[in-house]
Design a protein around this ligand. Structure first.
Ligand code: CAA
Length: 294
């Protein structure tokens, strides 16, 4: 199977690695709007794999095999793809335009399946201007490790595509869960409001950054606290999902915390910008951000 992954950011490169790790996958086209962005994604994957080699968790041969399957380039390399997984910007127009170009100008395989990794946008609306409707194939960060794939059918998604994507997810060693179209699907509908609530608790001065994270790790057995998880997901993505939940439902329970908005405006987006609720140090450690005043 040949897979095109559109977008070489955190999710796109993680998804590319998840596919390249599978014996079922021959080639992964990791694509972005500029060659250097795609190369950057591939370099990030290589860095992570080399780190595992250094720790003795993987052989150099196995790491090389994964890396050699990944071809970094522009979307135009996806000519013979069997599956496209789009993980580009969470902007409806960008997704629609990207799929339209792929379907009408680039991909020559008539049986190619078009999937989006969107974290909350409507699959039906993404499909609206397209000849071939898309399906949601939603991975979780870090994509090479997290077991779940939400398989989201839009109103027009053919049932046979659902069955094929479920099978592909299983072949990757993931557990697929089928979900009908709804804002945030299952996981983000629950998880992102929880992160937003953690930010409200901080904003109100109820506890400190580390206090809130420790409380949820030890009191609810979560692997990460809500604020460090927000930093992992990206605070811009968290805000975007809260806004989508709010806009789609008109329910005030989904209002984003003002502190989340402020941090996104300051470009303090979490791990990807080196600072969010924590400052991420060169040596891999992290320290809570005192300037927040808590
Ligand atoms: N890429 C690849 N591998 C990674 C990785 C990454 N970014 N981060 C960790 N790993 C691997 C490690 O190499 C390690 O593998 P081995 O056991 O083979 O060595 C394994 O994952 C465990 O990592 P660590 O031992 O370093 O740390 P950990 O045990 O604390 O686990 C974690 C790290 C998996 C991230 C864990 O803390 C966790 O599950 N956190 C919650 C993550 C979560 O909730 N994600 C969902 C976010 S929501 C989302 O993504 C949806 C959306 O649309 C916004």
């Amino acid at each position: 199977m040949k897979v095109g992954v559109i977008g070489a950011g955190t999710m796109g490169s993680g998804i590319a690695q998840a596919f390249a790790q599978s014996a079922e996958v021959e080639t992964v086209y990791l694509c972005d709007i500029k060659q250097e962005f795609a190369e950057g994604g591939k370099a990030r994957i290589a860095k992570g794999l080399n780190g595992r080699v250094a720790k003795g968790k993987m052989t150099q041969e196995a790491a090389d095999e994964i890396i050699n399957k990944i071809q970094a380039g522009l979307n135009t390399q996806c000519v013979d793809a069997d599956l496209i997984v789009e993980a580009a910007l969470e902007v409806m127009g960008v997704k629609q335009k990207t799929f339209k170009e792929l379907q009408e100008e680039i991909v020559k395989n008539p049986n190619c399946i078009y999937a989006s990794n969107t974290s909350s946008l409507s699959i039906t609306e993404i499909s609206k201007p397209l000849n071939t409707p898309v399906i949601g194939m939603h991975f979780f960060n870090p994509a090479p490790v997290m077991k779940l794939v939400e398989v989201n059918a839009g109103y027009t998604t053919p049932q046979e595509d659902v069955a094929k994507v479920v099978e592909i997810a299983e072949k990757l060693g993931k557990t697929p869960v089928q979900v009908k179209e709804a804002p945030g699907f299952v996981v983000n509908r629950i998880l992102i409001p929880m992160i937003n609530e953690g930010i409200f608790i901080l904003h109100e001065g109820t506890s400190s950054i580390e206090g809130i994270d420790t409380a949820m790790k030890l009191g609810a057995n979560h692997p990460m606290g809500p604020l460090e998880l927000g930093d992992l997901v990206g605070l811009d993505i968290c805000l975007y999902i809260m806004e989508t939940l709010y806009d789609e439902t008109d329910d005030s329970k989904y209002r984003p915390c003002p502190l989340l908005r402020k941090m996104v405006r300051a470009n303090h987006l979490g791990r990807k910008t080196g600072i969010g609720f924590y400052r991420y140090n060169e040596d891999g450690t992290k320290t809570p951000v005192d300037e927040l005043g808590f």
